[in-house]
Design a protein around this ligand. Structure first.
Ligand SMILES: Nc1ncnc2c1ncn2[C@@H]1O[C@H](COP(=O)(O)OP(=O)(O)OP(=O)(O)O)[C@@H](O)[C@H]1O
Ligand SMILES: [Mg+2]
Ligand SMILES: [Mg+2]
Length: 610
């Protein structure tokens, strides 16, 4: 999408600056001024010189602040030309409507990579790109997580960090983090019109958008180090439908003689990566997944076994970056044993945060329904397990995580002692954990809330999810299929209005998913030619709550009324329905797995945040 290109420009404005001593990372304040503004900004009457101050923060400081708002007095002279929503409209207008499978989308005579190079030329950013000290990360799964770990680790080493990941879940600003915090609205607006003002960071960690060779981020010519995360079958319509073809796109980010790391891969992928590395004389190493013992009793802040793979890669990338830039010796004076991770690495790995990846959110609304019992029931009886998995391999990783997360809960619930659980407290770009005790006599029910884009294959995703969960003894009492609210061709802010046209939507895709689900659950043919009627116009058709007490194995598809699943007309109604569920059934705790689409996960987070 062109929006990647557009977004990237703001990424490309990171300049290089000197290294900061590790003992001053709490307090450095730096000022720089803007000497020249683009013609377009002049036209918007923004000709004044602007002074901006920002603060470099470690996770400790971030927790206290919770926001990276530009200090207001430093911006008082700055007239924001348009509202944030207007900027979103402008960004949205740049997104191409072409489908991803369309060959002209990545290739053609004037692909997005070429467009990006043109933009860099026009903006005079080519030199800045060469000067940036970049960690460039490609892969099918785990790019965002790996980049997030790298960012947190290097920030804890005292460096100023710029992080670019995609996609965003709630607000486009999630894609751009400076020193660990989403760029603030003020800053975003300022830089939106002002892409060549340099945000001085020491290291820029850049996630590839799609593939590698032809991705907009591949304008990077001299990264310090490159990474390739776990490869799998995704975006086959663009990259090709074999692992080898996909791997050759990903290895397209390798640059001559620039060191690279990858994770253990299937040989079909690894052979291609090795071959490409050999051709370009790239010193390539396979990063071993992190071992729990290396964490010195701390926990990885991103859950799921797969995160040990991502964290292992992040450690190798960070170490290599620090060594190649001469920072490793300055920071650690070689007093670190080869096998031990520096303290700063441990802090980064245990505090890195990115939304919608194995994220658990306790719905606070459900608590108010039981306000009399708050002391017994502080965690709420409606718990959302959110994970944006949308490829076969990640669906499996997600199912494993969910099964073990709900089992962890059950294990603790089977004892009569109070146990501790985590409660999410919403902040700007980071979480805080509060210790709470949790009631122990609830009936636990798992519900699936699912949607996926029609370019994905639910015939692969859903069976993978069901069988992985079943092999750990996790069975869904009900599966709910619901359309997402957001779409890929509109950039929104966290404050954007929930669309009112939620009724009369075409729900045929969701009915397809439902039919497929029933087929998987009952392991028998369901007549797929049935026309279920593609529209629903109100909540009358919402399913009754009684199913909560039924054994999941008893649900029967009678006529067109499947009892193991339901198509829900809209997401707000689904959340309401779930809240009513726990309100009407005080003895039940409902654990909802939200997955299949990052759009869906983002929308649910948005609704829960309200
Ligand atoms: N190493 C891994 N192996 C398998 N699945 C993974 C791995 N890392 C992450 N995942 C799954 O992929 C989802 C997205 O993770 P992450 O954002 O780190 O990956 P990404 O490569 O940036 O994804 P996207 O293609 O959406 O940009 C996670 O929620 C999880 O389900
Ligand atoms: Mg992807
Ligand atoms: Mg990503």
């Amino acid at each position: 999408m062109l929006v990647y290109a557009n977004s990237y420009l703001k990424c490309g404005i990171f300049g290089v600056s000197h290294f900061h001593k590790k003992d001053c990372h709490f307090s450095i304040r730096r000022t720089w001024s803007l000497n020249c503004l683009p013609a377009r900004v002049d036209a918007l009457h923004l000709t004044r010189r602007i002074g901006v101050v920002y603060t470099v923060m470690s996770s400790k400081v971030m927790e206290k602040m919770g926001n990276n708002v530009v200090v207001k007095e430093d911006l008082q002279d700055f007239d924001v030309p348009y509202s944030y929503e207007t900027a979103m409209e402008a960004l949205s207008s740049l997104i191409t409507r072409k489908k991803r499978g369309d060959k002209s989308f990545v290739g053609g005579t004037y692909g997005k990579l070429e467009r990006m190079s043109e933009y860099l030329k026009i903006l005079g950013l080519e030199e800045h790109m060469d000067g940036l000290k970049i960690i460039h990360v490609a892969g099918t799964k785990g790019k965002g997580s790996t980049c997030t770990f790298c960012e947190a680790v290097l920030r804890e080493c005292g460096l100023q960090t710029g992080l670019f990941t995609s996609p965003h879940l709630i607000d486009v600003r999630e894609r751009f983090r400076i020193n660990g915090l989403d760029i603030s609205e003020d800053k975003f607006l300022q830089y939106f019109w002002d892409c060549w003002n340099q945000l001085k960071v020491d290291v820029a960690i850049i996630e590839v958008g799609l593939g590698g060779t032809k991705d907009s981020t591949n304008v990077i010519e001299k990264p310090v180090v490159c990474g390739i995360t776990s490869l799998g079958m995704d975006h086959t319509e663009t990259l090709g439908n074999t692992l080898a073809l996909i791997a050759s796109h990903k290895a397209g980010i390798f640059k001559p003689q620039i060191p690279a790391f990858t994770v253990p891969q299937l040989s079909e992928a690894m052979d291609v990566i090795l071959q490409r590395a050999h051709e370009l004389k790239v010193p390539l190493k396979v990063a071993t997944p992190l071992d729990n013992e290396q964490l010195n009793g701390l926990k990885l802040s991103l859950s799921g076994d797969h995160q040990f793979i991502n964290a292992g890669l992040a450690v190798s990338l960070c170490k290599c970056w620090l060594q190649r830039t001469g920072n490793w010796e300055k920071l650690f004076q070689n007093d670190i044993q080869e096998a031990n991770l520096p303290e700063a690495f441990l802090r980064g790995l245990s505090t890195a945060h990115i939304s919608g990846r194995a994220q658990i959110v306790y719905d606070t609304c459900s608590q108010s329904y039981n306000s009399l019992k708050v002391s017994e029931n502080p965690c709420g009886d409606l718990v959302f397990y959110l994970d944006g998995a949308h490829s076969p391999e990640s669906m499996e990783a997600c199912a494993k995580w969910f099964s073990s997360a709900v089992k962890g809960n059950m294990k603790s619930l089977s004892t009569s002692f109070n146990v501790e659980c985590l409660e999410e407290v919403w902040g700007n770009g980071h979480i805080q954990h509060a210790r709470k005790s949790m009631e122990s006599d609830k009936l636990l029910k798992q519900i699936l809330l699912f949607n996926c884009m029609d370019v994905r294959d639910p015939q692969i995703l859903l069976p993978r999810l069901v069988s992985t969960c079943a092999s750990s003894g996790t069975h869904f009492a009900k599966a709910l299929f619901v359309p997402s609210m957001s779409t890929y061709n509109k950039v929104t802010s966290g404050a954007s209005v929930i669309p009112s046209d939620i009724f009369n939507r075409d729900l045929s895709w969701q009915f397809n998913l439902q039919r497929l689900w029933e087929k998987i659950i009952h392991v028998k043919e369901v007549d797929t030619s049935l026309d279920m009627g593609a529209k629903m116009d109100n909540a009358k058709i919402l399913p009754p709550h009684e199913f909560l007490y039924e054994d999941a194995s008893h649900c029967n598809p009678a006529d067109n009324n499947f009892s193991c699943s339901a198509v829900m007309p809209s997401l707000p109604l689904t959340i309401k329905w779930l809240r009513d569920c726990v309100k009407e059934n005080p003895s039940v705790r409902v654990q909802v797995l939200v997955t299949g689409s990052l759009h869906l996960v983002g929308d649910v987070l948005k609704l829960l945040k309200r």
